[in-house]
Design a protein around this ligand. Structure first.
Ligand code: NAD
Ligand code: MG
Length: 384
């Protein structure tokens, strides 16, 4: 059970919901970090009184320091600040809710400082899964999933007596706003349409990733690392209602599901209270109001990002890093209205056969591939 927490990315969708859960559970806050939202970070500092607050740039840090001069909270900035927040002595748990691969170094810093991790920042496992899981094992720390699908699997596994009888993981996917559409029908969709997720309210990047199903591809990779299950035994089913958050199947074909209303406070809270369960500030599930739950096969031809992730984790080496780096760059360009929605999947797929292949043995290897993948995307788009 978490007593003191450091929240990386406290001003985002997961970060703000985490602070609500902390307030409800009376968890003390040691550190908070944000990239640019200085107003919200200031409010959070005044409310939760952390030892340390971290913001994106030195310039913003100066302003924040002035604003907080009547408090005892120290102010840091940049990646160094994030790593300091991750390793802060008073915290027993670090919840990682920054967006993108920027979370990798702070997560490793937290693990080395022997903090348990409540992990929302999936790009960290997509790019550095082997390094992170190895470091967690060596330092004897736990990684508790915050992602709703992985929390569901983690919850279902609590009743699993012997991992040898675990046959399959079944990840559910909402299908996003473009479910049922074909590739050609997605060429002209707008940023607004991509940001209009049917069931969840999340940050912009993950909402676009959900629309392209890159998010589900990432979650297959995330599940492989978290639960040590080979990708051939991780299936994806589209489940439009987002009530069944994922399932596991045993050797006898019995399937166990975790259900609940789509509210991230449930998985966030379980990551903080594990192995205990306590009341949660969320709606109760009333299945009679929902009346039907539907399940469909995903369309791997239209949603090329999902296919790219399966291929990348199967091929290993730096392929998942290429997919992630190309995707981060492409999503930014899409949000800036510089490329079309289908360009995201196309650029990611092309990057996999263009960026040089190498083994990943260190964080530097990951960063080098990440830079090359982003460059591939910007150069290709620049040429068009
Ligand atoms: P968000 O965009 O709402 O928030 C991101 C947070 O990270 C903000 O606090 C922002 O200030 C900070 N941040 C952004 N860029 C940064 C940078 N370069 N350096 C330092 N800090 C930076 O995102 P979110 O929806 O809360 O998602 C956060 C992570 O959790 C993502 O990895 C996402 O895939 C994962 N996740 C989110 C949800 C969800 O429901 N929102 C569910 C599952 C997993
Ligand atoms: Mg998820």
């Amino acid at each position: 059970m978490t007593e003191n927490i450091s929240v990386l990315g406290s001003t985002g969708s997961i970060g703000t919901q985490t602070l609500r859960v902390c307030e409800f559970l009376n968890v003390k806050v040691s550190a908070l970090t944000a990239f640019s939202n200085i107003d919200l970070l200031e409010q959070q500092v005044r409310k939760f009184k952390p030892e340390l607050a971290v913001i994106g740039t030195e310039e913003k840090a100066k302003e924040l320091r002035l604003r907080l001069s009547d408090t005892s909270t120290r102010v840091g900035f940049g990646l160094e600040g994030l790593c300091e927040a991750a390793a802060i002595e008073s915290a027993d748990t670090v919840l990682t809710a920054v967006v993108g691969m920027i979370g990798l170094k702070p997560t490793l810093a937290a693990i080395e400082a022997k903090k348990n991790i409540a992990l929302a920042n999936k790009e960290t496992l997509v790019t550095g899964g082997n390094l992170v899981m190895k470091a967690a094992k060596e330092n004897g720390v736990k990684i508790y999933p915050v992602d709703s699908e992985h929390s569901a699997i983690f919850q279902c596994l609590q009743g699993c007596p012997d991992r040898k009888v675990l046959k399959r993981l079944i990840l559910t996917a909402s299908g996003g706003p473009f479910f049922g559409r074909r590739y050609d029908e997605l060429k002209d969709v707008t940023v607004e349409q991509a940001l209009n997720h049917p069931n969840w309210s999340m940050g912009a990047k993950i909402t676009v990733d959900s629309a392209s199903m890159m998010n589900k591809g990432f979650e297959v990779i995330e599940a492989k690392w978290l639960f040590d299950v080979p990708v051939e035994r991780i299936d994806v089913v589209v489940h439009r209602e987002s009530i069944v958050h994922s399932m596991i199947e045993y050797a006898d074909n019995s399937v166990i599901a975790q259900m609940g209303v789509p509210d991230m406070k449930i998985p966030i809270q379980y990551a903080l209270t594990y192995p205990n369960r306590v009341e949660c500030e969320t709606e109760q599930l009333d299945l009679t109001k929902i009346s039907s739950l539907t399940f469909f096969k995903p369309d791997y031809e239209t949603f090329k990002c999902l296919k790219a992730c399966r291929k990348a984790i199967d091929m290993g080496k730096n392929f998942p890093v290429i997919v992630n780096g190309a995707n981060e760059a492409a999503v930014e360009l899409f949000l800036d209205r510089k490329i079309s929605f289908t360009d995201i999947g196309d650029l990611v797929t092309e990057a996999m056969s263009s960026v040089s292949v190498r083994d990943i043995n260190s964080v530097d290897d990951i960063i080098e591939t990440d830079i090359l993948s982003r460059e591939y995307v910007s150069q290709t788009v620049g040429k068009v």
